[in-house]
Design a binder for this molecule. Sequence first.
Ligand code: KG4
Length: 336
Amino acid sequence: MLVLGIESSCDETSVAIVKDGKEVLCNVINSQIDIHKLFGGVVPEIASRHHVYQISMVFEEAFKQANVKPEDIDLVAVTKGPGLIGSLLVGVNAAKTFALTYNKPLIGVHHLAGHIYANAIEHDMKFPAVALLVSGGNTELIYMQDHFRFEVIGQTLDDAVGEAYDKVARVIGLSYPGGPIVDKLAHEGNDTYHLPRVYLDDNSYNFSFSGLKSAVINLVHNANQRGEEINRENLCCSFQASVCEVLVNKTLKLAKEKNVKQVIVAGGVSANRGLKELFTAQKGNLEVCIPSIKYCTDNAAMIAVAGYYQYQTNHKLDDLSLNAYASLELEEMYEI
Ligand code: KG4
């Protein structure tokens, strides 16, 4: 079964073709990072315009790389939300146009389900599972009894972890997106600033990162006022140590409580080296799956794979009235 995946929820225009939910024939990603870098973050209007410029070329390139004809596609899977509405609409309309032109079945996919199912490319998913979803817009701990049975057990009460990374990066003068640079500097420093581990020992599975972010901002401002130098490597290391300790600790605690067969780490921040290292050190016998970096950040292969399993699980398709949604709850979309 050949699935055409389309992803345009934020600042990546991506088209992929995946065979049988596993074999990625192509995964073309046109990133707008260099454009948004000038503004220190994603500008929604610019993002949607850029998707419009790029989408046809990305489609053409995908079919060329996969050496597949449009007639060969069996299913069209597209991100329908959540995300930037103008950006999402470009992908959804491209998917509907393709489905109508070539008379192909169409399926709308939740962006976060895409991140979770990115893991199915390189690992076999096993249930029950716990998924830690960490991206620029989300931080959630999700229990999965089976395919597409999502139960959100905990989430951030304020900033998403990727957002906190990007804000901390900006305060210490690093460019956008700051997450990967903070991660790199963290490996060149030591945890000397001893930042708080927020909610580490509470009884919930919720997270909070805005207090930690404020602690970093205050530290930098106070040092500036006193004319003192901040050691960026040590500050990045201290910030990362605090974030990773809370994320890993809560995830493994929930995994043990639910007696799961697998832990899935998903979303852009799953590319973080510190997070991988801490999971590896603390997981014991638990299987912890983290996608390769190319499948961690936004890409259409993960949407094609999620679409494949979504179809296999319930055979429900969308018609041409499919719409895009800026907000979309994972649990509600896949309610059984
Ligand atoms: O999942 P994603 O590509 O986009 C969405 O938010 O949907 O995640 C992007 C986020 C950004 O905040 C970026 O800074 C962060 O993932 N990120 C990282 C790393 N690579 C990307 N954060 C920490 N360490 C990394 N290595």
